[in-house]
Design a protein around this ligand. Structure first.
Ligand code: ATP
Length: 596
């Protein structure tokens, strides 16, 4: 497949204003591809060469090296590239412009020499060369990377050069979500978008959309049905709904439930095969290297040849062994000095699920069976053991255990259904798990996690930076982000000053096609960064599009007096609070007022 088609699709995607159009662009793209390259196409669309969890090297080319490659490929001096970069602010556009200017002369020269010249790139050639760039490490790798990229850019058309450079910079922010890709795959390879659940199920058990797409394109939909968990490949996590009334919670779970501490740490999906251990985060990054201690616990305490278990990695006080808050774990998010940090910030693991043991897929088994198996394969110790729990049959039991959890330093509890259908729902948020958190009991409302989709320029003291961000909730049914509030409070001066730099690579010149907004922001972003927000209450608002027309015609739901709490780098845009959750919070709030 010619890479030209990919570049033209990227260009179209960047200008689309409707999500349905994005899907159709992808449908057209996949239709023109040989099945063999569909996996590579999916990775390219995601701006990646492979899933993050593989822990393979990244492209590793700094701005300087990219500038050198552009200069080399377009036969200009580096200072010309730098000057143009200052003017255009985007190296992709710089490469495109220089290629356009050189096009005439270069193609004449190539024609005379009989060489391939611009326009000869294929998807294989681009992907494989980028992979070689990433894999080049150690001595001499800088030169090799430079040569490889300059070579690609020499053969690229101006438009292709724009996207190759942005890709290498990690700035190919098309904002195409997994759901859009899956819709398009379903249309092309099964005949209808209604078959997306088949693809989704496979993807949930094997979090590698490129590979899933390749299997689908080359072997057909039937092949996806046989996909099972495999050690070393992360499973997308099951997530909880939220409620704050013990009686209502128990009603939802069928009157009886397992209630576990909700530890305030980092979720870890721990895979073990013999002596080899992998740890994956909630977003399925490979975080194995951060936790040599957890690896050791798993080797020592997991009594199975092969296993996939899930638990919360919690910071503990080295002196007293008491639980410490989530923030302490941030010291462990680093590449160097891990062993020193391990001593200063020790962790324990509290396990809450088992998904696979020695050839058996446990995701389809009810929780009671999983919990039993977990206790069987874990040789419990202070460092590594199943989560604290009770089986509750009354709201009083639940409330008592909740208070105990909070006083023990947990965030609250997670209540889990134990009926026969209480399977592990990989990749989805459902009522089989319900979280009941401490802060839900606080003044007005719960905290929510919202995606920044735009910004407003600041005035006065905030001149030169953003004064407020436009925040949105996620609507998974439509795969859209709908606005809920404008937040300008809660940021420190330092937070504020950082905003333009933080968002630089996400800025686009129009509202993103997956964003639904009635407000006109000064600056629009590709939906990417998530923040935790608290507010006073949820109100009806004609300005916002979250649940527009649902409660009242012409009105949406919005958060009053929103305040920024912190960034949530462990969450992707699709992990944000959903519009449905906001509606439920609004309804609960109304009920409270009525009761009072
Ligand atoms: P939050 O922002 O509240 O941590 P989340 O969106 O990351 O939520 P949810 O599924 O909504 O995830 O809430 C459950 C989270 O709580 C899990 O992702 C996990 O990290 C953590 N957790 C702590 N203890 C438990 C437990 N016993 N069972 C399940 N999850 C637990």
């Amino acid at each position: 497949m010619e890479f030209r088609i990919v570049a033209e699709t990227f260009d179209r995607l960047e200008r689309e204003t409707a999500r349905t159009q994005m899907t159709m662009d992808l449908v057209n793209l996949f239709k023109q591809a040989e099945p063999r390259v569909v996996g590579k196409l999916v990775y390219l669309l995601m701006g990646k060469l492979w899933p993050d969890w593989k822990g393979l090297p990244e492209l590793g080319m700094g701005e300087k090296l990219i500038i050198k490659s552009i200069a080399m490929a377009t036969h200009v001096s580096e200072s010309v590239v730098v000057d143009l970069y200052k003017k255009l602010g985007d190296l992709g556009l710089v490469a495109e412009k220089l290629k356009t200017e050189k096009k005439q002369t270069v193609s004449l020269l190539m024609f005379a020499a009989g060489g391939p010249g611009a326009g000869s790139l294929t998807v294989d050639k681009v992907y494989d060369t980028l992979a070689r760039i990433a894999m080049a490490t150690g001595e001499g790798s800088r030169d090799l990377k430079l040569k490889l990229l300059a070579g690609l850019l020499t053969d690229a058309t101006p438009l292709e050069a724009r996207f190759i450079v942005r890709f290498v910079q990690g700035r190919l922010r098309l904002g195409v979500g997994d759901a859009t890709i899956m819709d398009a795959l379903a249309i092309v390879y099964t005949g209808s978008a209604s078959n997306r659940p088949l693809i989704e199920r496979a993807y949930n058990l094997r979090a590698d959309l490129g590979r899933i797409a390749e299997i689908l394109a080359t072997e057909g939909p039937e092949a996806l049905k046989g996909i099972k968990p495999e050690v070393g490949i992360p499973i997308r996590p099951m997530l909880a709904e939220r409620l704050s009334d013990p009686e209502e919670i128990l009603k939802k779970t069928g009157g009886k439930a397992i209630v576990e501490y909700k530890y305030d740490g980092e979720r870890g999906q721990i895979h073990k095969k013999g002596d080899k251990v992998w740890i994956f985060s909630r977003r399925l990054e490979n975080i194995t290297h951060m936790y040599p201690d957890v690896q050791e616990y798993a080797r020592k305490h997991l009594k199975a040849e092969e296993a996939i278990v899930e638990g919360e990695i919690v910071a503990v006080d080295p002196e007293t062994g008491e639980l410490r808050p989530f923030q302490e774990l941030m010291h462990r998010r680093r590449k160097y000095d891990i062993h020193r940090m391990m001593k200063e910030y020790p962790v324990n693991v509290r396990l809450f699920d088992v998904l696979y043991v020695d050839g058996e897929d446990y995701t389809t088994r009810p929780l009671t069976e999983r919990r039993k198996k977990l206790e069987e394969i874990v040789e419990a110790s202070e460092e590594f053991r199943p989560a604290e729990y009770i089986v509750a049959e009354s709201p009083e039991d639940l409330e008592k255990f909740f208070l105990q959890a909070v006083s023990d330093g947990a965030e609250g509890v997670v209540v889990k259904a134990i009926h026969g259908n209480a399977v592990y729902q990989a990749g989805s948020r459902g009522w089989l798990w319900i979280k009941y958190k401490r802060d839900y009991k606080s003044e007005m409302i719960d905290t929510v996690d919202l995606v920044a989709v735009g910004a407003f320029y600041g005035r006065g003291k905030r001149g030169g930076t953003y004064g407020a961000l436009l925040m949105a909730a996620y609507d998974p049914e439509a795969d859209m982000f709908r606005t809920v509030c404008k937040v300008g409070t809660g940021f420190t001066d330092e937070d504020l000053a950082k905003l333009p730099e933080m968002f630089k690579e996400y800025v686009i010149d129009h509202k993103h096609p997956r964003v639904d907004s009635r407000m006109e922001a000064d600056v629009w972003f590709v939906p990417a960064l998530v923040a935790e927000i608290i507010g006073a209450e949820i109100t009806l608002s004609p300005l916002h599009t979250c649940c527009l027309d649902v409660v009242k015609p012409g009105a949406g739901l919005s958060i009053r007096f929103p305040r920024f709490i912190r960034w949530r780098p462990d969450k992707g845009p699709e992990d944000a609070t959903t519009t449905k959750e906001i509606l439920e919070m609004y309804q609960r709030q109304l009920r409270k007022v009525e009761e009072a």
